[in-house]
Design a protein around this ligand. Structure first.
Ligand code: PMP
Length: 438
């Protein structure tokens, strides 16, 4: 049956469809961490709608809140409503104490990219400047400006320059140093380099309207910023009076073990973008939380029809209740610690695994050709990562492949995943790596 749906899709949908090419199943139903396909096969979902379903599929408490709201009303533009008031206040209250009184919320539309676009617009208007600094390997979305801020030149190259004045700097990954330096021999670091360029009259970059960064680059292959890099970027941006936007679209809402990942880095951003898991059940919503000192844009400065999804607001409030009552953040930290033990052990058993990295329940297993080393061309490595994904699917596990040239197997399980289910995930990966390596 799955094959039939895939064939129907191929004859009626765009060639740009992506997931069905690597995960060729038709989904019939889903509950908790489980997806059932049209043929009755059951999979553990360690992709969760690209990091959206923080409580798995259809959490009953959240689903009930959505049903209740559905009986009340659905669409509210940006007018105040009870569901929205509750959502806004409860979500602002999730910010750390120093920030929660300073920050305001803006509803940007349904998607993460909408939030990124709004963040850039806000900072440009507030500073009167136009350039933006982003980081190599970053991903911020696929609308024009969000894509322009994305480090992946493959996609961008095909549509030409989308937003002028974007400058890319190396992101804090010593293992991925663009100059090939090693931490033990590097006399400076990427953040110092950023500061020198921004303050050098010959540096070529005028003072930007914003610096935008992910605390853990997700699509870029699960690359966490180092603590020093994050702190230094914060210091530099503060010193030069540049708003720092932290894109928490993927890392936010508990994914890394704290509500926002920046909390673990001890920094305070000026603007936070959140989206994916805000509703906890996959209903689209995207917000900015930003320092009220930046709140100088005019009424209507960033509009959009779909900014008043009451179902998402009701779900987002119910999800916060569940997260507190079911101690979900503690679970993320415990299950994250479990993966931090199991995945290096997995790496020890499989030659194709070059590195494992992660924070909370966001993990990447980076592959490299064991006979050619990490700097070899990636075609065979990409093929191997896809083979692992395919073998895992056949054994009942849905996972993502991403990162540079799609060489990183990525895990984004639900945040309420159990110890046993994590064991199941790693067990399947173990067999998938064995099978894929032939
Ligand atoms: N920012 C980050 C960090 C993301 O991971 C993503 C989506 N993967 C986006 C922005 C874009 O979100 P959306 O696909 O909802 O536009």
């Amino acid at each position: 049956l799955s094959q039939k749906y895939l064939a129907r899709q191929a004859s009626s949908e765009s060639n740009a469809r992506s997931y069905p090419r690597w995960l060729p199943i038709a989904v019939e139903r889903a509950q908790g961490p489980w997806i059932e396909d049209a043929d009755g096969n059951v999979f553990l979902d360690a992709l969760t709608g690209a990091g959206v379903l923080s409580l798995g599929h259809n959490h009953p408490v959240v689903a009930e809140a959505v049903r209740r709201q559905l009986d009340t009303f659905v669409h509210g533009l940006d007018l105040p409503t009870p569901a929205k008031a509750e959502f806004t206040e409860r979500h602002l209250a999730m910010l750390p104490p120093g920030l929660r009184d300073r920050m305001r919320m803006h509803f940007c539309g349904p998607t993460g990219a909408n939030g990124v676009e709004a963040a850039i617009k806000l900072c440009k208007i507030a500073t009167g400047r136009s350039e933006v600094v982003s980081f190599q390997g970053a991903f911020h979305g696929s609308t024009a400006a969000a894509m322009a801020l994305t480090g992946n030149t493959e996609t961008k190259g095909k549509v030409g320059g989308a937003l002028p004045g974007v400058h890319f700097f190396p992101f804090s990954s010593c293992a991925r140093c663009p100059l090939g330096l090693r931490p033990e021999t590097c006399e400076t670091n990427c953040a110092t380099y950023l500061e020198r360029v921004l303050t050098d009259p010959n540096g070529g970059v005028t003072r930007p309207a914003a610096v935008i960064m992910e605390m853990v680059q997700g699509e870029g292959g699960v690359v966490p910023a180092t603590a020093q890099f994050a702190r230094q970027v914060r210091e530099i941006t503060r010193k030069l009076d540049i708003p720092l936007i932290v894109d928490e679209v993927q890392t936010g809402c508990g994914r890394t073990g704290t509500w926002f990942a920046f909390e673990q880095y001890g920094i305070e951003p000026d603007v936070v973008v959140a989206s994916k898991a805000l509703s906890g059940i996959g209903l689209p919503v995207s917000v900015l939380m930003y320092d009220q000192a930046l709140d100088v844009w005019e009424p209507g400065a960033h509009i959009g029809t779909f900014r008043g999804n009451q179902l998402a607001f009701a779900a987002g409030v119910a999800a916060l209740d569940v997260i507190r009552e079911e101690r979900v953040l503690e679970n993320v930290r415990e299950r994250g610690a479990q993966l931090a033990e199991l995945l290096p052990a997995l790496a020890g058993r499989h030659r194709w695994i070059n590195d494992v990295r992660g924070l909370g329940l966001m993990w990447g297993i980076e592959l490299a050709d064991p006979d050619a080393g990490p700097d070899a061309t990636s075609q065979t490595v990409t093929a191997m990562a896809r083979a692992v994904q395919r073998e895992a699917l056949q054994r009942g596990l849905i996972c993502e492949v991403g990162g540079r040239d799609d060489t990183v197997v990525r895990l984004l399980p639900p945040l309420n995943v159990t110890e046993e289910q994590i064991g199941f995930v790693v067990d399947i990966l173990d067999r998938a790596f064995t099978e894929a390596a032939g």
